[in-house]
Design a protein around this ligand. Structure first.
Ligand SMILES: Nc1nc2c(c(=O)[nH]1)N[C@H]1C(S)=C(S)[C@@H](COP(=O)(O)O)O[C@H]1N2
Ligand SMILES: [Mo]
Length: 309
């Protein structure tokens, strides 16, 4: 194992800025009755930092996290999202929750994150693909939201959709993908404490290019599972269609767990390049489940992970 959990992660480990909440959450916190003093001084609520799931590795620099992105709604080159995503209006924002759930509805961003604000968690997780990063996310467990909306017993999967708004998302003018971008998780994966809805990074609101105002983070899966700018969450009985699986089923499966043993048809997935390390730095060996095997392997113990890629 090349990573360890930290027993206690201090906020200063994550960000040099003494920001306990990001601006947007301060606003929703005020609405929820948290004292906000005059002149912007705040009484920060007790914040739970999720130290259990934090890696000890140095976070990737903010400039790298925000300028090397995949967000095809804004173009296909890594630098396109940072150039184009500023056009996206992220407030007001609504998320439709539907399907097999006791409390369906159209929830505002504030509804979604409001309850979670008091338990705001700060994570530092690795994201991996052919490249990798360590991102100090701000977010909360997707399970917090799922419990609030009460899935019915027939619900076995959770499907997610990104906004479709071609006026603001230049990439949607092309038929490159079958918009809206879609992803899905099995319900147990969605309920896992490592699965986050992220609303920020480095103690601030999410930059648009990273999926503002709310995106999924599934740290033991390849990057494309972590869908950005979510507007719909559906509870369904059958495995939902997902964008990259629809696009190239032999290359991208539903599960997409990080697995160094299973090569992508066009490239090996045994090693990764840590972005920010420099082009000539040694590639790192990719770990099964991105190093989170102790936490997540049990969910797949009866599955052949070479077939279920
Ligand atoms: N809506 C949407 N979500 C998306 C994507 C996308 O193109 N559209 N790209 C995915 C891919 S391939 C990756 S690697 C990650 C990148 O997240 P980051 O730019 O915050 O590092 O977002 C994922 N989520
Ligand atoms: Mo990706």
């Amino acid at each position: 194992m090349t990573y360890r959990f930290k027993t206690e992660l201090r906020y200063s480990d994550v960000t040099p800025k003494p920001l306990w909440l990001n601006r947007r959450q301060l606003i929703s916190g005020a609405a929820a009755g948290i004292a906000v003093g005059v002149g912007g001084a705040t009484m920060a609520p007790a914040i739970t930092r999720n130290s259990r799931y934090s890696v000890t590795e140095e976070p990737t620099e903010l400039d790298v996290i925000t300028q090397y992105n995949n967000f095809y709604e804004f173009g296909t080159r890594k630098e396109d999202p940072s150039r184009n995503a500023h056009r996206l209006t992220t407030s007001p924002w609504e998320v439709k929750i539907d399907g097999m759930v006791a409390k369906p509805g159209t929830y505002s961003y504030e509804d979604i994150v409001g309850n979670a604000t008091l338990e705001e968690r700060i994570y530092r997780l690795r994201c991996v693909e052919a490249w990798s990063m360590v991102v100090p996310w701000v977010g909360f467990q997707l399970s917090d939201l799922i419990e609030r909306v009460e899935p019915q017993s027939g619900a076995k999967y959770v499907a997610f959709e990104t906004l479709y708004r071609p006026e603001e998302m230049n990439g949607q003018a092309s038929r490159l993908l079958d918009w809206p971008y879609r992803e899905g998780l099995r319900l147990d994966e969605a309920m896992h404490p490592l699965t986050l809805l992220a609303t920020g990074l480095y103690g601030e609101d999410l930059p648009n290019q990273n999926g503002a105002p709310i995106r999924l983070v599934v740290p033991w899966k390849y990057g494309f599972k972590s869908i950005k700018s979510i507007v719909r969450i559906s509870f369904v009985s059958d495995m939902p269609p997902t964008t990259w699986n629809m696009q190239a089923p032999r290359e991208y499966g539903f599960y997409s767990n990080v697995n160094p043993m299973r090569s992508h048809p066009r490239w090996s997935q045994a090693t990764e390049r840590r972005v920010g390390d420099g082009l000539f730095a040694k590639r790192r060996e990719t770990l099964m489940f991105n190093g989170y095997g102790d936490e997540v392997a049990g969910m797949y113990s009866d599955m052949d992970l070479m077939d279920n890629y």
